[in-house]
Design a protein around this ligand. Structure first.
Ligand code: UD1
Ligand code: CA
Length: 463
């Protein structure tokens, strides 16, 4: 089906059971705020436009929306029907279908949302239902003898024979936009909670002979929402398993899948190995043959084919092909490692380019620097890029060799092939192929140490 679909994500509620200062939909599953997972699922399902209904702490929720997702503020938060009605103006000129979702259901598959829209085609309403072991708290699905849906009854309004029904309303619906807002206006609040229930749409549609249909979840776990910290942990575990199984099926080795967390928005190429205690999040891409972990966190970064990243943290950086990083390296935003670069033990790099084949093997800080190809940075060398007020750049040409513990006081430039003596403090530019020495000359005092020891021992005897 190629109907136009607008996704409406309800996220105005307070989510009190989280007992949090943060709005519920900002809490993260697999390193991704719930609201972003909802928007991502809507986008993957093919939604042409995505609108979030915000209310409680709306500024924070709006700020977390992915680019392109609109928001509409709901001031009168008196029920799910009111929440949808809030979008009336924003959708006044729209045609097609409205996919209503919640911001706190991270386990819904895009395929399911797509299917719900497909079954709604030509009808007024489609309800996504699930048959669950423990239906308490949910709206129950009432059907007639032919199995057609006739009503949804809220838990708080249900008589005991209705409470015994195990088919529940997931809260996800598709509506034909034609006539939707008129029908919403006919929903009242004569119920236990004095709320405007979107679930009453079933009756409103049937009263005017408009067709209502249902789609039942084959995997009821998809209908799970996050209302508490325990459910947040459960959702993490379910999604973690699902994402890891997907990548294992695509040829990624994950030896301990319980100890690997990959956000659904990341891409992992086949023949990659992800070792335990590793997190990969925020649209990271890992190319084939890479080995990531153990104990590594990668956010918003790209890792090239054949690179090895061990026990390290990588943020908003680009790692080329066949690089080695770690153990215990920290690549901060704006780091670019060209192919074959090495960043070793206890090294921090920020906003710098490390040229092809260049090595920063031990105990260094490189910030605001540009290194050419085949540079060797001796152990303990750092860029002194900050003077307390401003950051300054360091430029290092190709084939430069920095002796151990070189201090590069930026701004400073070293020409191709330059060499620095170990322990040098480099404050002036170094021409190509020059040796720069910036340290006190050594003085040897013959016999000094022996005399000192002797004097010390005689002092003890005289005590
Ligand atoms: C709703 C359904 C119930 C279903 C359940 C599934 C109704 C009346 N009931 O119940 O049948 O089984 O979901 O979880 O719809 N929201 C707003 N604005 C509002 C009210 C709610 O944006 O004015 C949002 C909330 O943030 C939340 C969602 O809508 O994400 C559901 O609202 P809530 O009031 O919690 O409905 P439930 O009682 O869970
Ligand atoms: Ca709820």
């Amino acid at each position: 089906m190629n109907d136009r679909v607008i996704a409406l994500i309800l996220a105005a509620g307070a989510g009190t059971r989280m007992k949090s200062e943060k709005p519920k939909v900002i809490h993260e599953v697999l390193g991704t705020p719930l609201i972003q997972l909802a928007a991502g699922a809507a986008a993957s399902a093919g939604a042409d436009r995505i609108v979030a209904i915000v209310g409680h702490k709306s500024d924070i929720v709006t700020a977390a929306l992915p680019a392109g997702v609109e928001s509409v503020y709901q001031s009168d938060r008196t029920g799910t029907a009111k929440a949808v009605a809030t979008a009336h103006q924003a959708l006044a000129d729209e045609t097609g279908y409205l996919l209503v979702m919640y911001g706190d259901m991270p386990l819904l598959r895009p395929e399911t949302l797509r299917q719900l829209c497909d079954v709604c085609h030509g009808k007024a309403m489609a309800v996504l239902t699930a048959t669950v072991e423990n239906p308490s708290g949910y709206g129950r699905i009432l059907r007639d003898h032919d199995g057609a849906i006739i009503d949804i009854v809220e838990d708080k309004d249900a008589a005991s024979e209705v409470l015994a029904i195990h088919e529940i309303n997931t809260g996800i619906y598709c509506f034909a936009l034609d006539g939707l807002f008129d029908r919403l206006g006919r929903i009242g609040n004569d119920n236990a909670q004095k709320e405007y229930y979107l679930t009453d749409m079933v009756k409103v549609c049937r009263a005017e002979g408009a067709e209502v249909t249902t789609l039942q979840l084959t995997d009821p776990a998809e209908g799970g929402g996050v209302n508490s910290r325990a459910q947040l942990a459960e959702a993490n575990a379910v999604l973690q398993r699902r994402v890891n199984e997907r990548w294992m099926n695509e040829g990624v080795t994950i030896v301990a899948p319980d100890l690997v967390w990959i956000s659904p928005d990341c891409e992992i190429a086949p023949d990659t190995e992800i070792l335990p205690m590793t997190t990969i999040a925020a649209k990271s891409h890992i190319a084939s043959g890479a080995v990531i972990g153990p104990s590594t966190r990668i956010y918003g970064s790209t890792v090239g084919a054949g690179s090895v990243i061990e026990e390290s943290v990588v943020r908003d950086s680009t790692v080329g092909e066949n690089c080695t990083v770690g153990p215990r390296a920290y690549l901060r935003p704006g780091t670019v490692l060209c192919d074959g670069a090495k960043v070793g033990t206890s090294v921090e790099i920020k906003k710098s380019v490390i040229g092809p084949g260049s090595k920063v093997p031990h105990l260094s800080y490189i910030g605001d620097a540009e290194l050419g190809g085949r540079v060797n940075v001796g152990a303990g060398s750092i860029t002194c890029n900050y003077d307390g007020a401003a950051k300054h750049a360091t430029v290092i040409g190709d084939d430069v060799f920095l002796g151990s513990n070189t201090m590069l006081v930026a701004p400073v430039t070293l020409g191709d092939g330059a060499v620095t003596g170990a322990g040098s403090t480099i404050t002036d530019d170094v021409p190509a192929d020059a040796l720069a020495l910036g340290r006190a000359l050594q003085v040897n005092k013959e016999g000094w140490a022996k005399r000192k020891r002797k004097a010390h021992q005689e002092g003890i005897k005289n005590e």
